[in-house]
Design a protein around this ligand. Sequence first.
Ligand SMILES: Cc1ncc(COP(=O)(O)O)c(C=O)c1O
Length: 404
Amino acid sequence: MVKQEDFAVEQFMDKYETHIDNNMGETCSDSLSVNQLFELVKSADPKFSVEEQQKLLTDKLLNTKLTYGHIRGSPALKEAICALYNDDSGKVGGDITEENIVISNGAIGANFLTLYSLVNADDKVIVVDPTYQQLSSVSSVFSQNKKNVVQFPLKFENGFLPDLEELKSLIKEHSPKLVIINNPNNPTGIVWSDAIVSEIVEICKADDIWLMCDEVYRPLYHSVPQDEQPKSIINYGYTKSISTSSTSKAFAFAGLRLGWVVSREKSLIRDLFSKRDYNTIAVSTVDDFIATLVIQNYKTVLQRSYDICLENIKVIQKAIDESNGLLSWVKPRGGTTCFIKINIPNIDTYKLCSELAENYGTLVVPGEVFGNRSGFLRVGFGNQAMSIKNGFIELNKWFKNNGY
Ligand SMILES: Cc1ncc(COP(=O)(O)O)c(C=O)c1O
């Protein structure tokens, strides 16, 4: 067994997250309480009664016996998730059913379960880079050799868009069982368009390769015109596609720890459930119930997340414009994160971010925790505008105090 590496981004965040003034590390859309959810829904639908819903929820939470509940997730939850995939741009979708869904503990559980099911000793896996470290680290544990995990690098100079010729040649060289992408991407905030995703699907299909897309930031396409927005990976007509996601990011309910895997491939679904018996049994009955409410109202929640992100992107654009060339970026088009480049040769961004957190009350994640992308800062913009405004003021102070 390959020794599990430390999860660099989670460890960096954990160290500072709970006692920081300006949190630009957070990647969730500003998290909501259930009462805030009700108020939001009420503002979109005046007929909605907050009091009635509060009573229903309280009765349910206080009086439901906390058994394991529906082992595979409640029918209502799965129905809500189906809609999330079947509403998909109205282009293909429409036929995802409960049979295609496996409920998990967050997207992190969904990713783990998928890799646990698919990746066996000596299997090769191609993983987009940069991305959430779990996707490559856990793949290397199951494939039992770090060398079996091949990075598919995205470059700032190419707007973090994929070089599909390079992908083809990596596939030719390594014959992977699985290709893993992440759209919208963490940390870059880049969205690969419908056209790009279609091509990637065709590439994988040609060689019968599994294609997994971590879609935890979908459908937060705040800056992508409707006709360019990609569908979920499972809606491109390729059975060996897998989507993982959760209520955490676009839908502002990370505390529920509720995620899912969706695939049309029945043998995979069977295997996921078989593996899940050993590490999940069922998700919390309480989480299942609240997540159902969240997803049933996902369009309202999503609109709020769009508004927050668009407002905050303006704040960051201003900070970049006023940085005298010290900072540049590929403007994010989806998700809640961006990857800002610091135009200072050989800058140690790990040291910068540690000092910012320890002496300037500001949390930003260094590029070093994303496969050693020194020179970049990951900034989360799904949260309070004030944190971002003040965070950039502190970053400027750091620059000044360090002679830049
Ligand atoms: C790309 C990506 N996938 C998965 C996760 C895990 O999310 P969850 O809270 O749903 O477990 C994260 C969290 O930051 C993420 O950025």
